[in-house]
Design a protein around this ligand. Sequence first.
Ligand code: HEM
Ligand SMILES: Cc1cc2nc3c(=O)[nH]c(=O)nc-3n(C[C@H](O)[C@H](O)[C@H](O)COP(=O)(O)O)c2cc1C
Length: 506
Amino acid sequence: MLDGAEVAKHSSRKSCWIVINSKVYDVTSFVPEHPGGSTILLKQAGADASSEYAKYHSPDVVNDLPEGSYLGDIDPSTLSALNTPKGLSRPEVQEATAQSSEGQVPHVSLCVRASDFEAAAKATLPNKSWIYASSSANSGASLQGNLDDWSRVSFRPRVLRNVESVEVGTKILGNATPLPFYVSPMGSMGSIHGEGEIEMTKAIVQTGLHGLMSTASTKTTEQIMETYLAEQERRGNGSASKLMFQLYIPTDRQKAIELIRRVKKAGFHSLWITVDTPVLGKRTADRYQQAQEALDVGLEEEEVEPAAELEVETQGGEAPKVSPKIGGRPPPGQLSAKTTWEDLKWIRQEWDRPIILKGVQCAEDAKLAVEYGCQGILLSNHGGRQMHTAPSALMTLCEIRTYAPEALAKLEVFVDGGLRDGADVLKALCLGATAVGVGRPFLYAMAAYGAKGVERCVDVLAEELTTAMRLLGITSLDQVRPELVNARRLLNEMWVPEQTFVKSRL
Ligand code: HEM
Ligand SMILES: Cc1cc2nc3c(=O)[nH]c(=O)nc-3n(C[C@H](O)[C@H](O)[C@H](O)COP(=O)(O)O)c2cc1C
């Protein structure tokens, strides 16, 4: 047992101990490596970091610390001798990071469009959590492109058809779903809602939608599945929803295999491997926030030496010696910059259920997904959080329709990014998509109103979808077809092989 007073002495960059869930860890060597930045750890030096940690990580993430980091358990009678996390004693800092200044949360009935949940979340969330959820890469161009491109496809409605009753159900990977959209995976939900993934899982079962759970969840795989099963049972196992798992492939092969086995044992239905994240994108708003937070508590982040950035390339993705905060490099242990198509072979040996690649952004990779025996691809730029000026999912869908149409026949093709109107779902379906993933609107709805908010957001999107089907002149999703939309504006901007000097695999 370690004494709180002893732990409190280790409160600097030179020697940094923290307490997580009653266990004491020496994180000195890990501080400059921490992908969430060193400040957040240094603020907790010599203190109990459990509640802050729970906002971002599941209980088992501490196991990724270097061997020997665990020093022992804290003597519970000495907890009061621990340090107070830095910054918390200063009321102005607390205020700045605790609550945004946007004001009152509107009544949920005032959320009549999916985008209305954004303002509600901003009014609810601590500023730091708001930044985490809303931020995007670099200038924000990818995020904006996602939002804009939905409006750049228009409908070609057919009139004078009997559209009195419409059927919006379809299938995703062979499983019935009441609506052609699902909940996208989002990490660190604990920073958005006290019960994070638990609340989202309840909403998923309640609405009958399928939902993806992130590797970077703040609850363990098993906790999430237990919630799902309990909620299903409570509802007489009548919900169509299935839980699917989003995989960030851990760097360490053995750890990756163990994770996949756990996910399989827990009973997740399919594996959605995120392939657009060899390194984390540059999340600009997070960077400003981290820098400001560091300055506020007098813990200036160390400068990044240019050589350190170079090392990322020369070492083929190994973490550089000097940490450039979050972004631009593979977080040790969690993401691998070395993963290739060949890795799908050993993953396939471990996983005999559907595999979907999340983050495909061009026709060549859609073709490769077919070659490598995947069941589906998710056209996505990670909600604009990874590549700067990445193509929107709709743009990639048009490209695949044009240059790799066989992929559309052989794979289930999903799209996500910027969907804020149920009517727009129809456009993706007309162009050949199976279903659409929805991220931030559900996260924002949960932030402001919990599971009830997510249900409301689903209702909002469903109402727009059914209305649009009637106005388009169709009564079931079997009737979607390309002639019902005009995608000319996207096609005009589409990449064309002859215009480039690239000898591609197409
Ligand atoms: C001590 C063991 C810890 C390990 C092994 C660890 C590991 C990681 C990793 C791998 C990431 C990047 C991937 C991700 O977003 O999940 C990350 C991000 C982050 N971590 Fe930690 N962490 C630890 C402790 C903490 C603690 C104590 C806190 C809070 C006090 C914290 C706060 C954060 C934050 C805010 C991010 C950024 C999340 C984002 O923007 O995506 N971490 N950490
Ligand atoms: C706060 C947040 C966290 C996310 N975390 C993950 C993640 O852990 N894994 C992943 O594959 N995608 C993650 N994404 C990307 C989403 O799965 C999805 O691709 C994106 O949010 C869709 O765009 P939208 O938010 O505009 O709907 C995250 C997105 C957000 C907004």
